[in-house]
Design a protein around this ligand. Structure first.
Ligand code: ATP
Ligand code: MG
Length: 630
């Protein structure tokens, strides 16, 4: 049973250079088969992305605009490029001139001076080369640095809807693989191509002057080498792409299997997974083999071609040297040999550069498409920045959908007076987290309005609102670093004492300090080194130190033990004291302390009221309550 993914039929099997990074994202189960792979590819969004794009002058102009701030380096670079284009042909010509001149005449004194001049020029050539490389690297690095920062800054300004639609892997590959391809393009393609073309032209002129008949011979051979190059280059780049693509499938599978190892082992899927993995590795080996075979044919062919050509030159050139009338000098023949070599060597390089240019174009296209993505909405220019937030929140007939035509909320209305605690309950998928996102202005309502202290959130300044609003999301997020860093992240100026004070206010300082290394304990990847309860307390402390007027707690669904639950409940109550707070509750114990309960079902408010009233009323909530309390 083979579960190898078929490379796409048009041969344009796409690859993102950054696959390894992109696919490091953990996925649920370690189950790998053809379907999972195609799913993986779909999710990373690379199925519809091309690896190369045609040269576009608009794109090139836009890229060059990024070199604007480095004009002086650019000017230096172009000077070295121009110099490099003529230096090598001149050196080759110099060898012949020395042979034809002082060597032929047997003039030792002049020979010495010519060789000295030649050496000096050679040194100058290498010095130019050094700066050519240095400045090109500097420009490439600077441009890519600016591009990456621009992309990242741009992302931070985009709205939540964008991130819902874009898989993380795809965003990562924009920042890594695509940006990297652009860097190579900026650093190499233009300058190396110009040098190569200059070198070829220089050699062509010198050869034509030296012996135009031999030069015609050279011109006749050039298309053969170019054609050979084109033929193999295309196949080789396809082979390399398949190679890196299959390798990325291996790393993705590896990452997936490791993060899903519990599922794998508990369902005894080790054998199946190992078989799938072996199939992937075999597949990869085959692509390696193809690439090696192509390379192994191409290089010797190129070599053979060069040698045959040299032999031909020796025969024809030798004929000219031996000719009775106007014989060619030996020095000229040597000169010609050097020039011919220099004329041919850039052909392969130019082919390579062309290839890199196309890849860079595709990268640039995607990078710029990010920079061109406008946020779905922005604050109005005259956004209101009140100088005080009391914390009165009202949802008025709010309707909302994540995707057009699939409404998630319908006519949701409720009010939280300043300082009140409102519990929102309801079955999974009923729209609780969505309501939280609307209050936090992560999204704007489609109909109706969310009013904060009487201001429609559409008219309020988002930074101002976010400065006064704290949200502890359902999947609480810890950043890599220590507990201390994770807590003070919302308030960069906070000291160790502030952090300890926040924990003390939540009555959980001891709990956190009893963890080995206490505040300085590393939280591990996404908090993996901590228990769920500990993670939650850290998120609470983070909210505490930010001291928001409005607080939203999206309770995690996962079950925790009664002791942790009691502690969490207490910390929660301490955190909510004195703020308008919304608790998206799964646990009924949370509800006891709420001032108001909103029961949601299918995106609508089913009923709302004070907890006592609702229980007495015998509605949906009373039923829920009755079942839970028994
Ligand atoms: P839970 O109790 O499981 O947390 P919830 O009440 O918080 O559920 P929401 O997360 O608000 O539910 O989801 C409400 C509906 O919106 C669900 O049907 C869900 O599938 C849909 N939904 C949520 N987030 C998105 C999203 N980013 N894109 C599209 N649909 C979404
Ligand atoms: Mg939710």
């Amino acid at each position: 049973m083979k579960s190898r993914p078929a490379p796409s039929s048009d041969g344009s099997d796409q690859s993102d250079r950054s696959d390894a990074a992109a696919s490091a994202r953990p996925k649920v189960a370690g189950i790998v088969d053809g379907q999972t792979i195609s799913h993986l590819r779909r999710e990373r969004g690379d199925a519809d992305e091309r690896a190369q794009a045609p040269l576009s002058f608009a794109l090139i102009r836009r890229l060059l605009r990024f070199t604007g701030p480095y004009r002086r380096t650019m000017i230096g670079l172009f000077i070295t490029v121009a110099l490099r284009g003529i230096q090598l042909p001149v050196l080759a010509w110099g060898v012949g001139a020395i042979i034809n001149g002082p060597v032929a005449r047997g003039d030792l004194g002049q020979l010495f001076w010519s060789v000295a001049a030649f050496t000096a020029f050679a040194l100058f050539t290498e010095l130019t080369f050094r700066y050519r490389i240095k400045w090109a690297l500097e420009i490439g690095e600077a441009v890519i640095h600016d591009l990456r920062s621009a992309m990242f800054r741009h992302w931070l300004g985009l709205t939540m809807g964008y991130f819902n639609r874009q898989p993380v892997g795809r965003l990562i590959s924009r920042l890594t693989g695509d940006a990297e391809n652009v860097r190579v393009g900026v650093q190499n393609v233009l300058f190396v191509s110009l040098v190569s073309i200059g070198q070829m032209l220089g050699c062509a002129v010198l050869m034509a002057v030296e012996d135009w008949r031999l030069f015609l011979l050279v011109l006749g051979i050039a298309p053969i080498i170019w054609g050979l190059n084109l033929y193999f280059r295309k196949r080789l780049s396809q082979a390399y792409r398949s190679q890196s693509d299959s390798f990325s499938r291996i790393t993705a599978t590896m990452a997936e299997s490791v993060s899903g190892i519990r599922v794998t082992q508990s369902f005894s899927r080790e054998r199946v997974n190992a078989d799938h993995f072996r199939a992937l590795v075999e597949d990869h080996a085959r692509y390696n083999y193809t690439a090696a075979r192509l390379g192994g044919t191409f290089l010797p062919l190129l070599d053979l071609n060069g040698q045959l050509f040299m032999a031909l030159l020796v025969v024809v050139g030798g004929g000219h040297v031996l000719a009775a009338e106007a014989p060619m000098t030996l020095g000229s023949m040597v000169q010609f040999f050097f020039l011919a070599g220099l004329f041919f060597s850039p052909i392969t390089i130019l082919g390579n550069m062309f290839n890199e240019a196309l890849t860079a174009m595709a990268g640039a296209e995607r990078v710029f498409s990010i920079l061109d993505t406008a946020p779905e909405w922005t604050d109005p220019p005259d956004a209101i920045v009140p100088d005080h937030l009391a914390g009165h929140v009202e949802l008025r007939d709010v309707g909302f959908s994540y995707q057009a035509g699939r409404p998630v909320l319908h006519g949701v209305s409720f009010t939280a007076a300043a300082g009140q605690c409102v519990a929102i309950v309801g079955a999974t998928g009923s729209g609780k987290s969505t309501v939280a996102g609307l209050i936090a202005k992560f999204y704007l309502p489609e109909s109706g309005a969310v009013l904060i202290d009487g201001h429609d959130t559409r008219t309020l300044s988002s930074p101002w609102l976010h400065a006064h609003l704290g949200i502890v999301p359902q999947q609480n997020h810890l950043f890599a670093g220590t507990i201390y860093e994770n807590i003070r992240i919302v308030k960069p100026g906070a000291t160790r004492e502030d952090v300890r004070a926040a924990l003390a206010k939540l009555d959980c300082l001891e709990t956190i300090e009893s963890i080995p290394e206490g505040l300085d304990a590393e939280v591990g990847e996404r908090g993996s080194a901590l228990s769920l309860g500990q993670r939650q307390l850290i998120c609470f402390a983070r909210a505490m130190i930010a001291d928001p007027r409005i607080l939203i707690l999206d309770e995690a669904t996962s079950a925790i033990d009664p002791l942790t639950e009691a502690r969490t409940q207490k910390a929660m109550r301490l955190l909510m004291a004195g703020r308008t707070s919304f608790v998206l509750a799964h646990r009924l114990s949370t509800l006891r302390h709420a001032d108001w309960v909103v029961v949601m079902g299918d995106g609508k408010v089913v009923e709302q009221g004070e907890p006592g009233e609702l229980i007495a009323g015998g509605g949906a909530f009373a039923e829920l309550w009755g079942r839970a309390v028994g």
